[in-house]
Design a protein around this ligand. Sequence first.
Ligand code: GLY
Length: 330
Amino acid sequence: MHSRRLFLKNALLAGAAVLTGADRWRHWLPLPEDMNDSSVRWPAVIATWDNRKATAAAGAILSAGGRALDAVEAGARVAEADPNDTSVGYGGLPDRDGNVTLDACIMDEFGNAGSVTYLQHIKHPISVARRVMEKTPHVILSGDGALEFALSEGFSKENLLTDEARRAWEAWKIKSEYKPVINSERHDTIGIIAIDAQRRLSGACSTSGMAFKMRGRVGDSPIIGAGLFVDNEVGAATATGLGELVLKTLGTFLIVEEMRRGKHPQKAVEIAIRRIAQKYPKHARENQVGYIALDRRGRHGAFSLQPGFNYALFQGGQNRVFEAASLWKR
Ligand code: GLY
């Protein structure tokens, strides 16, 4: 019934020569509103891994009627400030030369985007990414340029290498084995997406990247369409895990486009994980990637290559953690 209605609607519009450009596409593509489901599931916020402290901070903003953009920034900042989170911000494991280098990006409900790559010495790369989005004509600032910009915006320079991260690096140096580890410590990049009471969608993604990576390596997290993508007309998605696999398949862009075609977020994330397995079967067997997605109805999806990926969801006043389904069962 649903697809027949859509077909009729599309056929009608295809014949209507009056619609041009962006308007034509806006009407042609099936939107989640076309689904036969009237339940209200917003505001909501979802984050990769057991980042319940982050979803709680974001959820408090949403519950007070705040903007999704502020909520996702606040959530990402919780993980960035946590020294026990060794893959994000302060306390993040360094590259193989001992430098903590951070990647982050943010997108708002208008499709505006800001990003920093290879940023050093700044505890909250997500907030610098937001300033890039709001205060510059650019999308990405990198390395020393990103640092200079952050300092000019009043951020302070800090030592981000904790004693614990330094010890881990020194232990790693004994063998210097350059190999990613699946679900090391069961967490990784924070990706967080939210829909607020006014149905504005936003997302943020922040990481210190792969532990002991090559100097200069940038992952998927600061790349729009790879680590994060938001389209307010459709939904949003974000990624965690081995960035190289996400980059080569533009996973979050793919997920949002699948939702645009009418797929439920769960189906959309499964398609993106299967795409990795289909294109890079060997790497897909040996590594972890996890995706989460949220659509304009507040429906969510989560899926990973390997078992062990979980996510935090704040919705309907509850803040809970769930285990995601995975492609491989091990
Ligand atoms: N997903 C984080 C990274 O690969 O850098």
